[in-house]
Design a protein around this ligand. Structure first.
Ligand SMILES: NC(=O)c1ccc[n+]([C@@H]2O[C@H](COP(=O)([O-])OP(=O)(O)OC[C@H]3O[C@@H](n4cnc5c(N)ncnc54)[C@H](O)[C@@H]3O)[C@@H](O)[C@H]2O)c1
Length: 278
């Protein structure tokens, strides 16, 4: 079995800065010979009627992203601004790939957002509004489908390719810290993975899998979650092998990106075995 990704094009979403899990995964893929295309949240022509603060947030975020990619992954990596809440932005990215005659062998979905997580606090589910619920679903779950559909409609997904989405045990269970609204979006993400695995497997032998990773407070998303420090320590103690590292995760993603393997519709755990604990 060939573990290399030589000559394969891998799309990496979700790099914010050097703390992002997606960056560690991108490095692993690059080391295995993949050609990387990284998308990052940023200001685009499709953003309309934003406040000054909104525009400057997007500009700052995109600048951090491009600098991180340049410094950590090199000048040769293609970067593209992508806000997954805007369909026209997703389609323009797919059009760009099509015009550049790029065929996609692998796609990493490493995107999550939940407005009910603010300043280290998570809103009780009984107070979550329709808009907050839909926003988390849109960004953290539907985006996997929207992005894949856009590539699929243009025949950009290479046969025997592979798609991996990052998830968390909180998709299934009430975990030791509040995960609430985003947990429901992660459940939807995981269910989507299975439906997509069925259709894309039958049609173009593309594999679709999700990986539930250990709590990881080093990243921006992780550091925002209430009680994650304690959860990290707790899982470290309780997991048979202790917490998994970002490098462990990256190696598993790269393994699932192997062209033409027959693993699909899986919800895997890279968490040192924490999930087997009662
Ligand atoms: N940190 C953890 O404890 C942990 C554990 C398991 C799984 N995960 C998952 O790993 C993935 C990456 O998270 P991370 O911990 O590396 O944090 P991160 O903050 O580095 O990554 C989250 C990414 O989502 C992107 N994003 C948010 N809204 C977006 C939008 N509208 N359009 C495009 N991109 C958008 C952000 O820009 C950011 O790059 C997420 O799916 C997260 O749920 C994280």
């Amino acid at each position: 079995m060939d573990y290399q990704l030589e000559g394969k094009t891998v799309i990496i979403t979700g790099i914010t800065d050097s703390s992002s899990l997606a960056l560690v995964i991108a490095k692993e893929c690059k080391q295995l010979g993949a050609k990387l295309i990284c998308t990052g949240l940023g200001k685009t022509e499709f953003h309309q009627n934003l406040s000054e603060a909104g525009y400057s947030f997007l500009e700052r975020t995109y600048s951090d992203f491009t600098q991180t990619v340049k410094k950590e992954l090199g000048d040769d990596v293609i970067t593209y601004p992508l806000d997954v809440t805007i369909q026209a932005n997703i389609d323009s990215f797919a059009d760009f790939l099509q015009t550049s005659q790029i065929s996609v062998h692998a796609l990493l979905h490493s995107i999550a957002m939940d407005k009910t997580i603010r300043q280290g606090k998570v809103k009780p589910i009984m107070t979550v509004s329709r808009e907050e619920f839909m926003d988390a679903m849109n960004v953290s779950a539907f985006s996997l489908l929207a992005l894949t559909q856009s590539l699929y409609q243009r025949n950009l997904l290479a046969k025997k390719g592979s798609i991996v989405a990052l998830s968390y045990l909180g998709a299934e269970k009430i975990v030791s810290h509040p995960y609430k609204n985003i947990g429901i979006a992660k459940s939807a993400l995981e269910r989507l993975v299975k439906e997509m695995a069925m259709e894309l497997g039958k049609e173009i032998q593309v594999q679709v899998n999700a990986i539930r990773f250990s709590p990881y407070r080093a990243s921006k998303a992780g550091s925002a979650i209430e009680g994650l420090e304690q959860a990290e320590n707790n899982c470290e103690q309780m997991a048979p092998l202790g917490n998994a590292s970002a490098k462990d995760l990256a190696e598993e993603v790269a393994y699932l990106f192997r062209p033409g393997n027959r693993i699909t519709g899986e919800i895997r755990h890279v968490d040192g075995g924490y999930h087997i604990r009662g």
